[in-house]
Design a protein. Structure first.
Length: 122
């Protein structure tokens, strides 16, 4: 088997692929599985969108995402779990700040890798 980079590939069999649109559900309570999944996505430069309960309830996720990752947790926690109104305001604000920083870092890595023609890595 011979593999060639996209810049040197020839022929009609070359197909351009786009990155999958990934969403990661983040509960309002701490979840180790969500944290490790987020870390793996960030370490490998996969851009993703964080979803909360309100996003899921609003619907229309299929046109926006190719894959939605749900962390390992009890279904009841997702269906009847906490929302931003039932946790301490300082915890909710800190969570929102972390999500914003992660999104900016992820976007910057993807932009840098797109300009250089390489896959984003940390």
């Amino acid at each position: 088997m011979t593999a060639e980079g996209a810049s040197s590939a020839r022929g009609a069999g070359v197909v351009a692929l786009r990155a999958p649109r990934i969403a990661l559900y983040q509960p309002w309570t701490a979840n180790m599985d969500e944290g490790w999944t987020r870390w793996v996505l960030e370490q490998h430069g996969f851009p993703y969108t964080t979803l909360h309960n309100a996003d899921v309830r609003a619907g229309t996720l299929r046109p926006r995402f190719d894959a939605i990752i749900l962390p390992d947790q009890a279904p009841r926690d997702i269906l009847e779990g906490y929302d931003f109104k039932t946790i301490r305001p300082s915890t909710a604000a800190a969570s929102a700040r972390r999500a914003s920083r992660r999104s900016r870092r992820s976007s910057a890595r993807v932009a840098r890798s797109s300009r250089s023609g390489r896959r984003a890595t940390s």
